[in-house]
Structure formats: structure tokens, C-alpha cells
Design a protein around this ligand. Structure first.
Ligand SMILES: [Zn+2]
Length: 65
């Protein structure tokens, strides 16, 4: 699975910044936007639809966890 087109970790705008900041602050993963779980269920992570941008962030920072 590739990053979604509108991945908040890649496409910077006010709405996406809010998601990324919240995700970092609470250390919570979320689903990718363009999936069926991207709307109201954004924070009910399903491994299948987990945001790739967030995954990459976790990989990059895994030495910190
Ligand atoms: Zn994404």
C-alpha cells in the first residue's frame, strides 16, 4: 500500500497540521484519508488502512520509543 494522495504527513495545510500535531502529541496512529476509515473513524486504526505517512514517522523515530 502506498501513501495516500492527501496524506497529512505529506500535504501541509491547516487541517492536516492539526492531525499530524495531534498524532505526534498523543503518539496515536490514524487511518489514511482516502480509505473507508479516513473520515469519522480516522483514529480507529485498522492495520490495513493505517496511514503510511504515520508509519514512516514511526520507523524514523523508532529509536526514540
Ligand atoms: Zn496518509
Amino acid at each position: 500500500m502506498k501513501e495516500c494522495k492527501e496524506c497529512p504527513w505529506r500535504v501541509i495545510n491547516k487541517h492536516n497540521e492539526t492531525i499530524v500535531e495531534f498524532s505526534k502529541r498523543t503518539d496515536k496512529a490514524h487511518n489514511c484519508h482516502m480509505t473507508k476509515n479516513g473520515g469519522e473513524k480516522l483514529w480507529e486504526v485498522d492495520e490495513e488502512t493505517k496511514c503510511r505517512g504515520r508509519l514512516n514517522y514511526e520507523k524514523k523515530n523508532s529509536h526514540l520509543i
